[in-house]
Write a protein that binds this ligand. Structure first.
Ligand SMILES: Cc1ncc(C[n+]2csc(CCOP(=O)(O)OP(=O)(O)O)c2C)c(N)n1
Length: 331
């Protein structure tokens, strides 16, 4: 369709920088995890950066997102502070949740990031609740639920589609179909097309190449416009691929078992969303190599700064758990 909006050249450059930031932060975390420096599990988003970036480019600080156990990319795409996120993952008191949440619970209410979530499908109903609040207050806020293809098999997804349609809530469901639920290929546990589940409620759907940030951007422009103009929910299925393991050091869980072929991973590497945009920027002369190098240096500096900050910070205070989580339960 010709009348669909597409990102301007400047917007493409901004999308590139944000994707690169997510990638380089996670590469750093991958190295830190391998070196045994991180206190908990990390589920990396490498390969899926175009989804969070293309979607969040349309959101304001006052809009809400809910995320998953694979939430670093969503946090950064929504404008979360890289230093505070890194320190949180390191379990430090300077972390965005004072080191009480860790990788799977990064949240920043001031940026509308109402939580990554270790419960698969847990963010769906929270996003719908936030959309209900937005509708009641009539303040034009939009709520976005990021979730995986595995989460789409949870019953709560159907409840959310139902109530958000009925009440015309300003919510966008963004399903990141990255092909796997832990060590299980999605195709073996998922019947039919995911978008058909939303179509059954007459929710407008878009199935897009989740490794093409411009395609994600365009689909989201439409969905967010509908949400802001009180036209109810939308569903976007972004087809992508998880390049890293389900979590770092997954081989310890697999104990020699295998759930995918290396060849498949290599094929998807050829469709890397960042390299694809890089090639497009250069081929269409939107920028030259030197500008991309400047972007790379800026991003490296941010990552280095965040990593140093995290490493040098004080560990989280265990006593704080009784003030913020287990209130009144101190033994
Ligand atoms: C309610 C619940 N059931 C099971 C798990 C264990 N678990 C963690 S991640 C995961 C797979 C999730 O797959 P998907 O939603 O596709 O997200 P992806 O890991 O692919 O990003 C499972 C089953 C959990 N955390 N919560």
């Amino acid at each position: 369709m010709t009348d669909q909006p597409s990102p301007s050249n400047e917007q493409l450059l901004a999308l590139y920088e944000r994707m690169l930031l997510i990638r380089r932060m996670e590469e750093r975390l991958r190295a830190d995890a391998a070196a045994g420096k991180l206190p908990g599990a990390v589920h990396l988003y490498i390969g899926q950066e175009a989804v969070a970036t293309g979607v969040c480019a349309h959101l304001r600080d006052t809009d809400w997102i809910t995320s998953t156990h694979r939430g670093h990319g969503h946090f950064l795409a929504k404008g979360g502070d890289p230093r505070a996120m890194m320190a949180e993952i390191w379990g430090k008191r300077t972390g965005i949740c004072k080191g009480m949440g860790g990788s799977m619970h990064v949240a920043d209410l001031s940026k509308g990031i109402i939580g990554a979530n270790g419960i698969v499908g847990g963010g769906l109903a929270i996003a719908v609740g936030a959309a209900f609040a937005a509708k009641l207050s009539g303040d034009g806020r939009v709520s976005v639920a990021f979730f995986g293809d595995g989460a789409a098999n949870q019953g709560v997804f159907m409840e959310c589609l139902n109530v958000s349609t009925l009440w015309k809530l300003p919510v966008v469901f963004v399903c990141e179909h990255n092909q796997f639920c832990e060590f299980t290929p999605s195709a073996t546990v998922t019947a039919g097309e995911l978008a058909d589940r939303a179509r059954a409620f007459k929710i407008p759907c878009a199935v897009v190449d989740g490794n093409d940030v411009a395609a994600v951007w365009t689909a989201t422009a439409d969905a967010v416009r509908r949400a802001r103009s009180s036209q109810g929910p939308s569903f976007i299925e972004a087809r992508t691929y998880r390049i890293q393991g389900h979590l770092e050091a997954e081989e310890l869980f697999l104990a020699g078992g295998k759930y995918r072929e290396q060849k498949e991973i290599e094929e998807w590497r050829q469709r890397d969303p960042i390299l694809r945009l890089r090639e497009r920027l250069l081929a269409s002369r939107i920028c030259d190599e030197s500008r991309l190098q400047a972007t790379e240096s800026r991003v490296s500096e941010t990552v280095e700064n965040a990593a140093k900050f995290a490493e040098a910070s004080e560990p989280a205070d265990p006593e704080l758990a009784f003030d913020v989580m287990f209130v009144g339960q101190k033994p």
